[in-house]
Design a binder for this molecule. Structure first.
Ligand SMILES: Cc1cc2nc3c(=O)[nH]c(=O)nc-3n(C[C@H](O)[C@H](O)[C@H](O)COP(=O)(O)OP(=O)(O)OC[C@H]3O[C@@H](n4cnc5c(N)ncnc54)[C@H](O)[C@@H]3O)c2cc1C
Length: 424
């Protein structure tokens, strides 16, 4: 069977589903397919940064998020493993109304986006359908082939979008080379019910130690604990009491919470990777999200950047369709607009990996000193906050700021606030 659409999107994940919704809302016929049997159900961390909230608000999805599955969080405390506070960040410093982080129960935002896509006349969302190859005319991509419950299909499309994650098969079929790096550490995630209400986030850093605690709705708390990749089985072998004891040493004030870990079914493991590619576009095709630029989760921006990509592309494609111009040169406008922020965040996340995940006491000393400077320096703190919030394309620190952050220079502007961050 051969079908036709304006835009075919491979992958209904963080980026693909938002793109389908944004295009369908403009009346552009869009088919989005995903190899998964349905929307994701598993445990995963969900923090909507201010730039992601802006995207969902623009699409009308933010107000529809169920209030009993979301939690607004203003204060994030960075602490040394063992308990001593190093620095506190207040999202309330950001411009309203996005002056908070939103922590949701797993997949809540994604399910709301998928539900909105399914209501659109111009969008078709097909699960259980895998991308198998591209259809080309000359060097131009004019569609793709799929396999799914209805057998083998061909979809002719003016533009094919690869939103199929870090291990993208679309990228492979486009012969775009990828530098795919798997970090030596991933995350054990858990969601536990606390006896006492927790309303602020805590992030502990120590000797090759990261433990993050993020309050979700009710008394639920997300736990992110860094472990070496491929070590989940070893962690399980050592047993739950050993893990609880380690967590108690890192964050003694949450000893009561850790008691609520009773079964490995309350946990999941998430690997971390980075993708760098020389280009995100070809004639008739584009890559977005992790397929183009996966990044370490320290940036807290991977999914947000996939969503912002989707919005930037949905702003460009109507013009391409009107002019019948699907060339790499035209689609490259999307890449030129998006690369600066993505590259900056990938670099920043890698610097954070170097300083935060370290086992080297000298590097850890410098890391803690930077956190302590940030605690006293409102200007630098705001620059870091607005970067994590997804509201800056420039790095948070220039060379002089780095020297100041290391505590080697006083800052006469320590109490100044930077100019308003960008709006997306
Ligand atoms: C531990 C951890 C914590 C994280 N925390 C955050 C955070 O706090 N904030 C944040 O913004 N980001 C975070 N991220 C990153 C975030 O999860 C990803 O960056 C985001 O999901 C990327 O979206 P995407 O649409 O590009 O890819 P994905 O969401 O991976 O979606 C890809 C989709 O493509 C489908 N697919 C793949 N191959 C095929 C095929 N051949 N045919 C059809 N379909 C296919 C898959 O089934 C999937 O649904 C975190 C990541 C990790 C590992």
């Amino acid at each position: 069977m051969t079908e036709e659409t304006d835009v075919a999107v491979v992958g209904a994940g963080g980026g693909g589903a938002v793109l389908a919704l944004a295009l369908a809302k403009q009346g552009i016929s869009t088919m989005v397919l995903d190899q998964a049997v349905g929307p994701p159900k598993g445990l995963r961390g969900e923090i909507l940064q201010p730039n992601g909230q802006q995207v969902l608000d623009r699409l009308g999805v933010l107000p529809s998020l169920p209030t009993d599955a979301t939690r607004s969080v203003r204060h994030f405390h960075f602490c040394r493993a063992g308990g001593a506070r190093l620095c506190s960040i207040d999202y309330g410093d950001l411009p309203a109304p996005y002056n908070r982080a939103i922590v949701t129960l797993p997949n809540v935002a994604h399910h709301a986006i998928v539900a909105a896509v399914q209501q659109q006349k111009s969008a078709t969302l097909r699960y259980g359908t895998s991308f198998t190859g591209l259809v080309r005319e000359g060097h131009r991509v004019v569609g793709l082939s799929t396999t799914g419950p209805d057998g083998i299909n061909t979809i002719r499309a003016k533009i094919v979008v690869g939103a199929d994650g870090a291990f993208s098969k679309v990228r492979e079929a486009l012969k775009i080379p990828a530098d795919l790096y798997l970090y030596p550490d991933g995350y054990l995630i858990a969601i536990l019910e606390s006896e006492d209400p927790v309303s602020e986030s805590f992030y502990y850093v120590g000797h090759r130690t990261i433990l993050g605690l993020f309050p979700a709705t009710g008394n639920k708390v997300y736990i992110f604990y860094m472990i070496p990749k491929d070590s989940m089985e070893a962690v399980k072998q050592r047993g739950i009491p050993a893990l609880q004891q380690t967590w108690r040493r890192i964050a003694p004030q949450f000893a009561g919470l850790f008691r609520h870990l009773s079964d490995w079914n309350q946990t999941a493991y998430m690997p971390t990777g980075r993708v760098r590619t020389p280009t995100w576009v070809a004639d008739g095709a584009v890559l977005i999200g992790d397929a183009a630029h996966a990044m370490n989760p320290h940036a807290s921006q991977g999914r947000m950047q996939a969503m912002v990509d989707a919005m930037a592309l949905s702003d460009l494609l109507p013009g391409c369709l009107a002019d019948k111009d699907y060339s790499a040169a035209r689609l490259g406008q999307f890449e030129r607009a998006r690369r600066p922020q993505v590259t900056m965040l990938q670099r920043l996340a890698d610097q954070q990996v170097f300083y935060w995940n370290t086992a080297n006491p000298a590097v850890a000393f410098l890391r803690d000193r930077v956190f302590q400077t940030l605690d006293r320096n409102a200007r630098l703190r705001y620059q870091v906050l607005s970067t994590t919030a997804g509201l800056r394309t420039a790095p948070p620190f220039n060379m002089i700021d780095r020297v100041i952050a290391a505590g080697l220079l006083p800052d006469v502007r320590a109490h100044e606030r930077s100019p308003h961050p960008m709006s997306l």
